[in-house]
Design a protein around this ligand. Sequence first.
Ligand code: ASP
Length: 440
Amino acid sequence: MKKVVKFGGSSLASASQMQKVKQIITSDPDRRYVIPSAPGRRYSDDAKVTDMLYQCYDAAAAGEDITDRIGRIQSRFREIIDGLNLDLDLSDEFALIKDHFMRQAGRDYAASRGEYLNGKVLAAYLGFRFIDAAEVICFTESGSFDSEKTHEILRERLKNMEQAVIPGFYGAMPDGSIKTFSRGGSDVTGSIVARAVRADVYENWTDVSGVLVADPRIVSNPEVVETITYRELRELSYMGATVLHEDAIFPVRSEGIPIHILNTNHPEDKGTLIVESTCRSPRYVITGIAGKKGFCSINIEKDMMNSEIGFGRRVLQVFEDNEISFEHTPSGIDTFSVLVHQDEFMEKEQSVISGLHRAVHPDTIDLEGDLALIAVVGRGMKAKKGTAGLIFSALAHARVNIKMIDQGSSELNIIIGVRNEDFEAAIKAIYDIFVVAEME
Ligand code: ASP
């Protein structure tokens, strides 16, 4: 078996965390390719090394003296190296980094140094080969990820290499300049490596025991999802659940490689398995609940709208002309609503209203802001009767007024619109009816 293991920043924030990581890796010889993030927070108001690097670079670009700032970053690494009793000296690396910062080698270069140096530390600690991601993760001249070139180069490079540490988050453009993925991008590197070596599983080690059924800031101690499909995860992530970097799904998904989310601080926990498809029935009818606040509904009314061919297209054209993307379009016989992100819409609202008047001559247009959307997601809903009914009665009991309902044709999700102020109560009520009630 071959496993690719990615460790997030909090798993590598200190020497004691690094020790846990080594223990995890050495306890399973299949864990052969390791992708580290930069050191993250050691405690809640600590700074992430990536943020320190960005700030340091900005200070250098503004012509400030960065000696102290570089010193603080260096001491984060020294603390780890000393704590692990490693014979590793990064002074030359830091001298070079400082020099590059002052010569303005780029913000991406700056940010990438956290992963680069942490990769060096981890490789020395594990006794694994270090591969600079700049040599194997390729971006095009225009800065987008070059998937096929990367795949070829990585596959060749790792073909006969038993074990390696490859830093996450960055790669290089054809001219050699460093380019990063967006924040949290080490997840993407892990997925790319897993595809290149045809891993049996891509383990993503973090500081939670998997994907949670609901946001723990709203529901206390939510259950962990045991198995989730890529599609379910995509629905939940789109609606605000933060588990993995969005782009981390694609490389492994195309090869049918599962992702296993695991907790570095509780390696014995089962975690969450993310798969293409599964015949395992979900534990509860729903797999997860996620949601976002800050939507606005544009409600358009016009008598006999139902017989006006092209009405919907003309309405949506107005949104397109104003470069606003829409989320949902619930409709009635003589009503048509468009749900959009309020912050995107606000500054263009009057232009949209006048555009709609010109395009469809409505009887009335009414705007309703401060709405929240909640997605109740689950592959189990398709085979089960009464899911929507349960949601509605739970919300009625919680005295939450439902402003909108939308069920996707895949029957994978039901979207509910409520007022922003009812958002938390609605999520709790849905969680209780599907999870807490089932457990009792
Ligand atoms: N260190 C980078 C960040 O903080 C990338 C990562 O951790 O995945 O976003």
